[in-house]
Design a protein around this ligand. Sequence first.
Ligand code: KG4
Ligand code: ZN
Length: 340
Amino acid sequence: MKILGIETSCDDTSVAIYDKKKGIIINKVKNQNIYHKNYGGIVPELAARYHMKNITPLIKMVLRKTKISLNKIDGIAYTAGPGFVGSLLIGATISHSLAYSLNIPVIPVNHMEGHLLSIMLEKNHPNFPFISLLVSGGHTQIIQAYNLGKYKILGNSIDDAAGEALDKIAKLLGIKYPGGVNLEKLAKKGKEKNFFFPKPMINNKNMNFSFSGLKTFAKNIINKYHINYQTKCDIALAFENSIAEILTRKCFVALKNTGYKKLVVAGGVSANLNIRNQLNNMIKKIKGKVFYSRPEFCTDNAAMIAYVGMMRFKKNFFSKNSFSIKVYPKWSLSDLSYYR
Ligand code: KG4
Ligand code: ZN
């Protein structure tokens, strides 16, 4: 039994195949960084156009490389939200068209559930229940994951996501897009104790976050100091430290309040080694266990979508004979009605 996964929520076009027995057979991603970097961020209209250009060749490539023909596919899982509406519609349209022509089910998947469960693609994965920190360009959330489809959002960013803040500050510092990754490279050369960023809401008892003030703080520093290469590195490190500390503190609160010992960290920002180090130290202190996906599955990918698709396919959690093309640009993890 095989599920074809299709991911087009943001700027990465991705196609994967999940086999019930073998797991992920292939996961291919075509990123669009070169098209967006001149704008310093993702241009939704361009993203949709490049998904349109890339999606069919990518599907063909995946089938060719695996020597799997379309009639061996049992279902198609696609990202139905959250994301840019134009981007989502490309994946949704091709998935529905293919599924209709092959007479197989189409399974709309929540992108954040994909990130949340991407850890299940690793050999070293936790069993439910666990706490998950989802840190991406669009979200910063702490989730209590009880079971497949049963998730409670314990904390959320009330303004910018952590990745969004990293990208914005990178832009202010004149660091090339993609901001988060390039900021990390500079931070590695940064000196501690030259700058200190505030840590908004770190001592609040709740598990919410606020990162937008850090952008203003960075702006003020940049205006006040002469910015050379070394100061850029120092600011990058100070900023990364602040985000890492906040994320670590809130995860600690979530683990303490629930009594759970397992923490899963997912989403693009989880690739950051400074953040991982601080989380690792905290987990060690509480004698817990932390789980990370390999880098390929931290950022946007269709493997996680194909996986969620397969889990739902096995449990019959999808509507049959659904011909209306559905996308949900704002779709909360707490509203996964397809499991009901
Ligand atoms: O999950 P993701 O690939 O896309 C979504 O937003 O859904 O996350 C992208 C975010 C961007 O903000 C990017 O700057 C950040 O992840 N990111 C990083 C690193 N790699 C990607 N942030 C910090 N350090 C990294 N190594
Ligand atoms: Zn994502």
